[in-house]
Write a protein that binds this ligand. Structure first.
Ligand code: GLU
Length: 421
């Protein structure tokens, strides 16, 4: 994994601001208008106690940042990770605001996080960490204020505990306060794999409708959590894609003839890692990124492709399923090399789009069949892709800058309508 400090370009919030300034310059957005997007609207930083299984009390530091709410209640996941810090959560919440605007769903952007390594705690401890987080942020959120969801190392079970805690405090059912819930407690069909499905729809559109991706492209996927695992699964079930490499935090595996994804998933589920899969070559996460493939799919964390390794990337297309995997400086190098980067705020918007469907279903109390979810998801992803493409052409720029221009303009119009600009 590239060390941010080594390359000097790893502060995700500074990177995001540079991307915004670049978009502003190219689209001639007045500097004073951009001011409204330079700082989050509300920031909550809490420390709360949790009783461990051995009876001792441990304090956890946690955040919730509501970046911008001009287009609607703020929306975004909660991350459990040892590297969670305020600058990271600020960047992630800003990207959520842009992502919701690119997808044209009626939300602003937020993000939350707890600084911890979830692998070091038991399930009962994680439950108490989750409930404690909800008690700490309870008065800050709500279905018409700010709606959390899963992110890195959080999952539907954690959403169910958080929902339950919120509802206990409120003394009534409020399913629309959090999304990514299990279907049994008001989740939406299709939400679990929706981030991956959204990215897969874009890749399929680029391949089948636009000839931007060759037939049977070779694909390398970094990260085998919810997002990486599901996109590997979807592409292999569809057929017409050759998944040659995947990785998790323990390392990666490579087979130039293509992996048997179903069996790799079975091994991940039984052994906890993809490493050691029979008949494959063991590679590092860094080597995976530098493979000579048609499509590279970073699905782990931010700052993976930096100015330190950008000139070694051989992929022709990068589909950013993680948030912020490519830094500002790396983007410039990739662009010069002719690599097309489909940015996170477009590529991974499928998750929050189906979160939006979940919220709508919760508010209406009427639930959709999976086909309806998937049909609407595909329509919204392809519409977003076409809108971004139109900006690529209009401003002769890369996909990230185009997506930023589209999103920033939509948010600024909403700010203007509200009289804040
Ligand atoms: N954490 C996901 C993201 O980064 C989903 C957010 C949501 O569903 O609100 O887009």
């Amino acid at each position: 994994m590239a060390d941010a400090s080594e390359t000097g370009n790893g502060n995700p919030f500074e990177n995001a601001m540079k991307d915004m300034e670049k978009a502003g310059e190219i689209a001639n957005i007045p500097l004073e208008s951009l001011e409204v997007l330079k700082k989050p609207k509300r920031v909550l930083n809490v420390t709360y106690p949790v009783k461990m299984d051995d009876g001792k009390i441990k304090y956890f530091e946690a955040y919730r940042v509501q970046y911008n709410d001009a287009r609607g209640p703020t929306k975004g996941g909660i991350r459990f990770h040892p590297n969670v810090n305020l600058d990271e959560v600020k960047a992630l919440s800003f990207w959520m605001a842009l992502k919701c605007a690119v997808a044209d769903i009626p939300y602003g952007g937020a993000k939350g996080g707890v600084t911890l390594n979830p692998k070091e705690y038991s399930a009962t401890e994680i439950e108490r960490v989750s409930r404690g987080y909800m008690r700490a942020v309870h008065s800050f959120i709500g279905p018409m204020i700010d709606i959390p969801a899963p992110d890195v190392y959080t999952n539907p079970q954690i959403m169910a505990w958080m929902l339950d805690e919120y509802e206990k405090i409120e003394g009534k059912h409020v399913p629309a306060v959090i999304t990514g819930k299990p279907v049994e407690v008001g989740g939406s069909k299709g939400r679990g794999s929706s981030t991956s499905m959204g990215g897969a729809y874009i890749l399929r559109h680029m391949k089948d409708e636009m000839d931007m991706v060759p037939d049977n492209p070779s694909v390398a996927i970094q990260g085998f959590g919810n997002v990486g695992l599901n996109i590997a699964n979807i592409l292999s079930v569809w057929g017409g894609y050759k998944i040659v490499a995947v990785s998790d935090s323990k390392g990666g595996i490579y087979d130039k003839d293509g992996l048997d994804v179903k069996d790799v998933i079975a091994q991940k589920e039984s052994k906890g890692t993809v490493v050691g899969f029979p008949g494959t070559k063991k590679i590092t996460n860094e080597e995976l990124l530098e493979l000579d493939v048609d499509v590279l799919v970073p699905s782990a964390l931010e700052n993976q492709i930096t100015k330190g390794n950008a000139d070694k990337i051989k992929a022709k297309i990068i589909l950013e399923m993680a948030n912020g995997p490519v830094t500002f400086d790396a983007d410039k190098i990739l662009h010069k090399r002719g690599c097309v980067v489909i940015p996170d705020i477009l590529a991974n918007a499928g998750g929050v789009i189906v979160s939006y469907f979940e919220w709508v279903q919760n508010l209406k109390g009427f639930y959709w069949v999976e086909d309806e979810v998937l049909l609407k998801l595909e329509q919204m992803m392809i519409d977003a892709f076409k809108n971004v493409l139109e900006h690529v052409e209009r401003f002769s720029t890369d996909y990230r800058t185009a997506a930023y221009i589209l999103a920033i303009n939509r948010i600024l119009v909403a700010e203007q309508m509200r009289g804040s600009l």
